[in-house]
Structure formats: C-alpha cells, structure tokens
Design a protein around this ligand. Sequence first.
Ligand code: NAD
Ligand code: TDX
Length: 363
Amino acid sequence: MSEIGHTREVDAPAQRILVTGGAGFIGSAVVRRLVRQGRQVLTYDKLTYAGNLASLAEVHNLPGHRFVQADICDGQAFRAALDAFRPDLVMHLAAESHVDRSIDGPGEFIRTNVLGTYTLLEEALRYWRALDAPERGRFRFHHISTDEVYGTLGDEGLFREDTPYQPNSPYSASKASSDHLVRAWFHTYGLPVVMSNCSNNYGPYHFPEKLIPLTILNALEGKPLPVYGRGENVRDWLYVDDHAAALELIATRGRLGESYNVGGNNERRNIDVVRTICAIMDRVVPDAKIGPREKLITFVTDRPGHDARYAIDATKLKDELGWVPTHDFESGIEATVRWYLDNAAWWEPLKARYDRQRIGLAP
Ligand code: NAD
Ligand code: TDX
C-alpha cells in the first residue's frame, strides 16, 4: 500500500501534468495557472458542449502546453497520452457537471463520471506500475470532486471530510461513485491518489447555463432571471482561481489517500446572489429601457431534489497545507460581472450550445 497518512516531501514539484477536463471552467483555470508557472501541461479533453479551447487562448500555443482531444472513457487514447507525455501528475477534472442536465439525462453522467473515472484509474495503474522506482515514487493521481456528494445541510453545520456521503442528484451520485472508486484503487492497488471536494465555484469562463453567468447574461439583455423555488437555497461560493490554487497544493503536497474539502466561507442564499448581480449591473451598465434589474427576478418551479444548503469546513486544507483564499465574494462577483461585460467574444458563440429554456424538471 502507498504511504497513507503522512506527507511525502516533494523535492521537485510535479513538472509534467496531465489535466483531464482542462478546457472546462475549473480545468482551464488550473491549466492557465500551471503553464504560467513554467510547468509542462497536457490538456486531455473531449470538448463536449462545455469544453472550449477559447478558455485556453492565453496558453494554448505556448511551448509548455499540449492538447489532446479525447474521451476519458477511451482507455486506448488515455494510455497513448500517458505513454507519450509521461506525466508525474494527473489532475482529473473531466466530468459532466450540470445538475439540471443530470435530471433529464443521467446516462451520460454515469458514463463519463463513473465509467470514465474507472477507465482512467485502470490506465493510470498500468502506467504507474511500469514506471521505474524514482518515477513511481513521484507519481500522483488527483481526483477533483464536489461537496454535493455529502447531500444537504440544515441551517447549522458544515461539511467535513468525515461527513457521510448522501448524494441526492444523479450528478452528485455519479461523483460520489467516482470518489469511491478512487479511494478503492488506493486501498486495494496502492495507486497514489489524493482527492478533493469543493463548493460552488464562480468567476471568468463559467459556462453560461450555471446560475451566476446565466443571471449576468440575462440581466444584460433584460430577460427574466429564473430563481428556483423561493431562492432560499444556500451555496458556499469560491472564486475559481482560489480553487485552482488549492488544487495545486493538494495535488503536489496533499497526503496520499486523503481527501481535502475546499470552500471559501462565503455562504449566500441564491436570491441574494441574484440581487447582488442586479445591483452591480444597474451601477456598471445602467439601461433605461430595462430599468432596475431586480424587477426581472422570476420565481420558477423548484429543482427536484434541490439540496437546501451547502457549506464547507476547509480547516484541514488550511492547517495542513496553508491554503488561504484571496478573493472575498464582494470583490469576486464584481470582477466576474465585469469580465462577462468585457468578454462577449467568449460567451456569444456558446449561446448555440445550450437550451436557454428551463431544463431539469423531472416528469
Ligand atoms: P465543466 O462542465 O465546465 O467542464 C468539464 C470539462 O470536461 C469540459 O471541458 C468537457 O469538455 C470535459 N469533458 C466532459 N466529458 C468528457 C469526457 N467524457 N472525456 C473528456 N473530457 C470530457 O466543469 P467544471 O465546472 O470545470 O468542473 C470541473 C470538475 O470540478 C468536475 O469534476 C466537477 O464535478 C468538479 N467541481 C465543479 C464545481 C463547480 O462549481 N463548477 C465545484 C466542485 C467540483
Ligand atoms: O437558473 C437557475 N436558477 C436557480 O435558482 C439555475 C441554473 C440555478 N439555480 C439555483 C440552483 C442552485 O441552488 O442556483 C444554485 C446554483 O445552481 P447551479 O449553478 O446549477 O449550481 P449547483 O447545482 O449548485 O452545482 C454547481 O456547484 C457544485 C456545479 O454546477 C457543480 O458541478 C458543482 O459540483
């Protein structure tokens, strides 16, 4: 078994990093960060509707960055990528990520999130076993997951790493399954893994089907702002670059076989998030024809199985690895609104990639 329970000192930080899902929202923030630091990065991404090479424009053609368009369920393609690139670290972010889509079509979530992760684990194990001893000692597989695996909180309490798994949506159930597989490959086969579970991210390059970018773009056009139920559900929002910094720490310095919760201590009710965005937009891009954007808020049928509250206790990550988030919600949300206003060239082409009507209402 691998060295469970103690930190392996990393003499030379990982230099060759394969990032699955690197063309997505969080993956692209990770790839941009690592390439800027001078690491060698291979982005491995199928480019589904959610994948976007424009999110990697800053680094795509730099010598430190390579890209392979391939499916994580394709074991042969992943094997070829491992054998050609020879990473000392795999960061696995590729997933189907949108809860509403998982309600309408859970099959793709099982295929990608469960079978895809299984495929990567099998190939990573084969690759790791064939490495020579120093390389084998350096190699790590970092699985990136969500706090939604823990289910829902009431008014009190926080998710800790030892909170029991109680996923409630097809998305969170598929992520929970993948977490369990990763854990099992560590305990049974000794594959050197680390895991992390993060709360809701927000920031630039967020696919516009998600609450925050959807609200910004609808508010810009004077369209209704759909709020599920009464808007009282609470999410714990973390700026995406703070998550990317946490992932780098966990991947390179986290204890093998351990999982780390990541969250910014920024709990907000959905209705308050939407109102905050309205206020920023009224100030930054006032529009006399639209008027005060709060008038656009429309309460709609609740999401089936809608988790009431998520909130993270990130003490372990802070104490063990010294992580501190650098963005508070007020500055982060203003920066995010301004980024969308300045980057229509990024989001305009995406409008054709998703249904701008309500989805995820189970029959
Ligand atoms: P995203 O939907 O923006 O990006 C997912 C990426 O994975 C896309 O580039 C897509 O093309 C790629 N992909 C999907 N299926 C693939 C497949 N079969 N093979 C190869 N590539 C494939 O997702 P995100 O928000 O960046 O989330 C990244 C990871 O972080 C996911 O594992 C998600 O569960 C987790 N996570 C997300 C959040 C959040 O708030 N967004 C919070 C916690 C954890
Ligand atoms: O139009 C909307 N109106 C609304 O009220 C949408 C799209 C969402 N909501 C609500 C549902 C949630 O309570 O806003 C909250 C946030 O919704 P999403 O943006 O869909 O995110 P969520 O379901 O919380 O999941 C996100 O965070 C955890 C990511 O999509 C997941 O991949 C991640 O694991």
